[in-house]
Design a protein around this ligand. Structure first.
Ligand code: NAD
Ligand code: ZN
Ligand code: ZN
Length: 344
């Protein structure tokens, strides 16, 4: 089968031919219908050899959807031919967090060597994907896989971040979204659909700001040294009750810190390596800071239901698997509008 793999440190992704995998007992094989590209893939591929922990070769793709193609021995409750989205943050299935469906916070995954597809386990950017357990599958129903696949990360991750801040997102509140890319443009829609907050989007790129406005941001602000002052002005000086930083680099974290209101909330979702100083004198009184990771299984069901209701739509750019490398280059160059999706 064809697969998009990262094979050599520093070399970028390649489209290769590999053996089609067979499902072992308990596993499900999907014929992949769509796989999304995430900026985290570039985080992984940009790591130096001494920090790289994902194994080589690595089949990329932690956003996956497919049709059940073959069942391993003992799999029940799943029919061949059924269409599913894949819940990606696989856990042990048995610890307290996993029992709550919050496998993203599994306490034993690292110790047991359990890794998400595309981030250790073979990923979805291939013609076939092995899913370790039926519980990782969420039925797509009538949702289109290409339009929906990115909700498994670019939808689920902002949904989880925003849900945790709901208490701060009362009517009259202001939410700032920094980075209106794959995650950010869905995050804006989730804020509009689930809260009454005024949404201010921040990005370096005018085209991303245009997309932000199109998907529901009330105001857009160009990133840079003046952004914080502009946001303060838009909030009448009070600042924003919640800031979602989908970049997480030092300049964006500095902006988040400069605009968060007293008793506000900062969610650092992007993994750009910046640090937020926390301590009595470093933020306004009462500020909470969180660095969330992905989301829970039940939240994925909620995100898919939100899409089904028509409240959120992923803006997708579609590529055939043979064009996956150019899709990754586009993502690296910052010119994908919304999310890039590969169809094998
Ligand atoms: P993306 O490339 O699609 O979007 C990033 C956006 O940020 C782009 O619109 C870009 O123009 C903008 N941007 C870049 N630098 C900026 C700056 N200094 N100021 C303002 N805007 C800036 O990326 P994505 O796939 O949406 O991922 C966003 C981030 O979230 C990445 O760091 C990714 O690794 C991370 N991520 C984290 C989790 C998690 O669980 N915490 C999950 C998925 C992705
Ligand atoms: Zn991701
Ligand atoms: Zn667990």
């Amino acid at each position: 089968m064809k697969a998009v793999q990262y094979r050599e440190i520093g070399k970028g992704p390649e489209v290769v031919e590999i053996d089609t995998p067979e499902p072992e007992p308990g596993q499900i094989r999907l014929r992949v219908t769509a796989a999304g590209l995430c900026h985290s893939d570039w985080f992984v591929m940009d790591l130096p050899a001494d920090q790289y922990i994902y194994g080589l070769p690595l089949t990329l793709g932690h956003e996956g959807a497919g049709v059940v193609d073959k069942l391993g021995d003992g799999v029940e409750g799943i029919e061949v031919g059924g269409a599913y989205a894949v819940y990606g943050p696989w856990g042990c299935g048995q610890c307290r967090a996993c029992a709550e469906g919050r496998e993203n916070y599994c306490t034993r995954a690292a110790e047991l060597g359990i890794a998400p597809p595309g981030l250790g386990a073979p990923g979805a950017m291939a013609e076939y994907l092995i899913v370790d357990d039926a519980r990782h599958l969420v039925p797509l129903g009538d949702l289109d896989p290409v339009q929906t696949v990115s909700l498994t990360d670019a939808g689920l991750t902002p949904y989880h971040a925003i849900k945790a801040a709901q208490q701060k997102l009362f009517p009259g509140s202001v939410a700032v979204v920094i980075g209106a890319g794959g995650l950010g443009h869905v995050g804006i829609q989730i804020l509009r659909a689930t809260t009454a907050a005024t949404v201010i989007a921040v990005d370096l790129n005018e085209e991303k700001l245009a997309l932000a406005a199109e998907v529901g941001a009330h105001h857009t602000v160009l990133a840079g040294p003046e952004a914080a002052e502009k946001i303060r002005e838009l909030t009448g000086g009070a600042g924003a009750e919640a800031v979602f930083d989908f970049v997480g680099a030092q300049p964006t974290i500095d902006t988040a810190r400069a605009v968060v209101a007293v008793d506000g909330y900062v969610s650092i979702v992007g993994i750009g390596g910046g640090l937020m100083p926390t301590g009595f004198f470093s933020t306004p009184f009462g500020v909470s800071v969180r660095a969330p990771y992905w989301g829970s299984r039940s939240e994925l069901i909620e995100v898919l239901d939100l899409a089904r209701s028509g409240a959120i739509t992923v803006h997708t750019e579609r590529f055939g698997i043979d064009d996956a490398v150019s899709a990754y280059e586009k993502l690296h160059a910052g010119t994908v509008r919304g999310r890039a999706v590969v169809t094998p």
